[in-house]
Ligand binder design. Structure first.
Ligand code: SF4
Length: 340
């Protein structure tokens, strides 16, 4: 059974945050010094996560992406991967990581049943990495990418968030690097999501501009027509190199969005921009039966109307989504808590 929302969008793709903590402080996600963290007692254990995922897969979810914060900070993560990989309804089990800890964990995660890995890599320059992430871990990230290849993941993707004046000069270098390691690069437009407190339109490099600058270097770019709800639009260069662009800021794709997010403490959000969520942790810990849990999730999705990025694009004045004070009152509004 697959439940659909008010726009006939199916509940299919669950982004599963397993921690709100991160070992980097990327300027487009965690630019501040201080953060309010989720209380440890509220963090779901792996059994609870697996039970909730079972409820979601009973309602049509078949794609699960493990995220954070930084998911590899969660101890024994391979145990959770093994639990989820044992769920026959999950046809696509993926993980997004900043790569800093991947070198040590790639083969164990692969052996546990993880299917795909996406590594965030925004720059190839150590000084820019230090500026963007406020840590000096570029070489560890590159070692993690090599380890993912060596572990035999069938598909490896690299995500690069492009900020004007910071790493937009590396559009083609990142593409060359990705091609060199046998990965598919996706450029991501700088998004005004919760936590991006320094966001401004002038720092956004749009999809259109990225394509124009890449075409300047490589010539004609062919759009790949694909019937997919995946956020990335894909393109091919004359030499066959394929890359993607996730243009949520200037060309949102809410119309086909089948994604929702579960935070590490069991709050479920039907949209990245949603301000209110459903507390599935309380539902679980208060003893709801499987049927009652399915009914709660199903009925909540059926009334979904979210099209957050489109509403942001239509907004008259567009600045940062929420000020620091508001985020400090509810850390669930933060992207690093929702898993991007
Ligand atoms: S903004 Fe919300 S509705 Fe639009 S694509 Fe993102 S998660 Fe989906």
């Amino acid at each position: 059974m697959t439940v659909v929302d008010t726009f006939q969008r199916p509940l299919r793709n669950l982004r599963l945050s397993v921690t709100d903590r991160c070992n980097l402080r990327c300027a487009y996600c965690m630019p501040e010094e201080e953060y309010a963290w989720l209380p440890r007692a509220s963090i779901l254990d792996f059994e609870e996560v697996a039970r909730l995922v079972t409820a979601f897969t009973a309602l049509g979810v078949d794609k699960v992406r493990i995220t954070g914060g930084e998911p590899l900070l969660r101890r024994e993560l391979a145990t959770l991967v093994r639990l989820l990989a044992a769920n026959p309804k999950i046809t696509d089990l993926a993980l997004t990581t900043n790569g800093v800890l991947l070198d040590a964990q790639a083969s164990e995660l692969r052996a546990a049943g993880l299917g795909r890995v996406t590594v965030s890599l925004d720059t190839l320059k150590p000084e820019v990495f230090r500026e963007l992430a406020r840590r000096d871990d570029l070489e560890r990230v590159k070692a993690g990418i090599r380890a993912a290849k060596a572990a035999g993941f069938p598909s490896l993707k690299l995500d690069a968030v492009i900020l004007r004046g910071t790493n937009d000069g590396e559009l083609c270098d990142l593409l060359e690097y990705a091609r060199g390691v046998g990965a598919e690069l996706r450029y991501i437009e700088y998004m005004d999501v919760g936590g991006a407190t320094r966001w401004s339109q002038e720092h956004v490099v749009s999809r259109a501009e990225m394509l124009a600058r890449i075409a300047d270097r490589y010539g004609a770019i062919e759009p790949l027509r694909e019937a997919s709800s995946a956020p990335a639009e894909r393109f091919r260069l004359k030499d066959g190199t394929v890359f993607g662009i996730i243009a949520s800021t200037t060309a949102p794709f809410c119309g086909s969005c089948d994604r929702s997010r579960l935070t590490a403490d069991g709050m479920w959000y039907r949209c990245l921009y949603a301000t209110r969520g459903t507390n599935l942790r309380e539902a679980l810990r208060s003893g709801l039966s499987e049927e009652q849990l399915n009914e709660l999730i199903g009925s909540t999705w059926r009334v979904r109307t979210d099209r957050g990025a489109e509403e942001r694009l239509a907004a008259h004045e567009r600045g940062a989504l929420a000020p620091r004070e508001t985020l400090a009152q509810d850390p669930h509004l933060e992207m690093h808590t929702r898993g991007g």
